[in-house]
Design a protein around this ligand. Structure first.
Ligand code: BES
Ligand code: MN
Ligand code: ZN
Length: 498
């Protein structure tokens, strides 16, 4: 995609498609006011006739507007004036993209970036514009037979700026947004692929392919023989029932010569049947999304590498399939984790923590500056926070606060849940150092407490993305979250934000 900025008026640009906004009660946004003046009141007439509305999320496409050089004018509702925040801005831009996504426009020039958006600036508005376009144009039709439907042939995105001095910030926002879209699209593709294609081996090959593309990025795949040697019996217990070989994927991006790396760990269960503690049938297909943690950290790695960020980042992905079988792990089995701690497996469906604990122990060798694990870990997290916020837990409140702040800027929100000894008590086992489940109450938190037992001495945060990584129902599909939040956190951390 090509990006440019412009300070010229909306009516003067001969673009395929310009996007302008109107507020409720007839207040015109900057671009709309100019087009209205140039066309002798066309926008106001359309508002009167009811064809254009200021309601948030509404949009109309006007063609051949007199006095306007652009072929199409997309007028979107911005909601109540004074209530335009980043979330509303993204909704409005998404509506604009939606309304031209079937057109043959090669170019979109947005004037929404001229609006006053609370808590935002030229950089973030450019980034969110690019992300809204990327989200809106994303399609997953790899698995459909027949001729692909031609999507929108978009090649150029323009961003209006009010002053020339904003142009550099705006271009930087577009560049970052473009890389975030690329990382999110990779994460969505991996999530959406069926579990007979996206196996642990497929995730491993994806990591290797990515490493082949970027000079500062390497990938190493650890197989089951080596895992045994490392003592990863907790991880290996999850893969015991399947014929798909487990893989431990280790990626390293070296953006600076010195400095401890940040390590991102992603849960890569390519299908979670529950194992012997078999899940019920309805919606079990959605457990193909149980590798979205892995997909998101691999996606973030792609973003980081594309932007050549000056930071060291490692990714560790334990990738397995959780199936029942003659050799599968049984409730009651006790395994020794790589840390030496023993675990009584009371429920084989609590498998995410069993692979993550060994991956976290493996991370120690990197002496990480911080470790963040990302996992579709618990149904209880969805009960607690629904589909809007990712849950954050951890052993360092400053780290958690920084992640949450990053989520706010990126409009990819997170909310903290507490950890602590009171909850950890629920994991007591009569026979081993701990059980792998802590009962029904506070299920997202007790899962976090389990992981905490493997993070002593490391600054660590845990993201439970069970509610945010994918959508169910008609719009079933991976969301690419939390790629924006983690990318923002890394951008801030290495000083790459303007
Ligand atoms: N992958 C699931 C968590 C999940 C369930 C995410 C539904 C999104 C929607 C995880 O492996 C799991 O099965 N967790 C169990 C834990 C329980 C057995 C303690 C759960 O949440 O039911
Ligand atoms: Mn499970
Ligand atoms: Zn799972």
């Amino acid at each position: 995609m090509e990006y440019f900025t412009t300070t010229s008026k909306a009516s003067r640009r001969a673009a395929d498609c310009v996007v302008v906004g109107v507020y409720e009660r007839g207040k015109l946004g900057a671009g709309a006011a100019d087009i209205d003046a140039a066309s002798k009141g066309e926008i106001r007439r359309q508002i009167k006739s009811g064809d254009v509305s200021g309601r948030l999320g509404r949009s109309a496409v006007l063609t051949n507007v007199p006095g306007v050089r652009a072929g199409r004018v997309v007028v979107v509702g911005l909601g109540k004036s004074g209530e335009l925040g980043v979330a509303q801005f993204r909704r409005a831009m998404a509506a604009a993209v939606q309304s031209v996504s079937r057109s043959k426009s090669k170019e979109i020039l947005s004037y929404l970036t001229l609006e006053d958006v609370a808590g935002s600036d030229a950089y973030y508005l450019a980034r969110h514009t690019v992300q809204a376009i990327g989200d809106g144009l994303y399609r997953f039709d790899e698995m459909k037979s027949g001729r692909r439907k031609g999507g929108m042939p978009l090649r150029k995105v323009g961003l209006a700026t009010s002053k020339r001095s904003d142009a550099a910030r705006s271009m930087r926002g577009a560049e970052h947004g473009d890389a975030i879209v690329m990382g999110m699209s990779l994460a969505k593709d991996l999530g959406n692929l069926p579990p007979n294609v996206c196996t642990p081996a497929y995730l491993a090959r994806t990591a290797q392919r990515l490493a082949g593309k970027y000079r500062k990025l390497t990938a190493r795949i650890i197989n089951e023989t080596e895992m045994k040697r490392l003592g990863m019996h907790s991880l290996l217990s999850v893969t015991a029932g399947t014929r798909e070989p487990a893989k431990l994927i280790v990626m390293q991006y070296k953006g600076v010569a010195r400095g401890q790396p940040v390590v991102l760990v992603g849960k890569g269960v390519t299908f979670d049947s529950g194992g012997i503690s078999l899940k019920p049938g309805p919606a079990m297909d959605e457990m193909k999304f149980d590798m979205c943690g892995a997909a998101s950290v691999i996606g973030v790695m792609a973003t980081v590498a594309a932007l050549k960020l000056p930071i060291n980042v490692n990714v560790v992905v334990p990738a397995v399939e959780n199936l029942p079988g003659g050799r599968a792990t049984k409730p009651g089995d006790i395994v020794t984790s790589m840390s030496g701690q023993t675990i009584e497996i009371l429920n084989t469906d609590a498998e995410g923590r069993l692979i993550l604990c060994d991956a976290l122990t493996y991370c120690r060798r990197f002496k990480p500056a911080a470790v963040i694990d990302v996992a579709t870990l618990t149904g209880a997290c969805v009960v607690a926070l629904g589909h809007h916020h990712t849950a954050v837990m951890g052993n360092n409140d400053e780290l958690a606060a920084n992640i949450i702040a990053a989520g706010r800027n990126a409009d990819d929100r997170a909310w903290q849940l507490p950890l602590g000894e009171d909850y950890a008590q629920q994991l007591k086992s009569n026979f081993a150092d701990m059980a792998n489940v802590g009962g029904r109450d506070a299920g997202a938190i007790t899962a976090g407490c389990f992981l905490a037992k493997f993070t002593d001495g490391m600054d660590w945060a845990h993201l439970d993305i069970a509610g945010t990584a994918w959508k169910s129902g008609q719009k079933k599909g991976a969301t690419g979250r939390p790629v924006p939040m983690l990318s923002e956190w890394l951008l801030a951390r290495c000083g790459a934000l303007p």
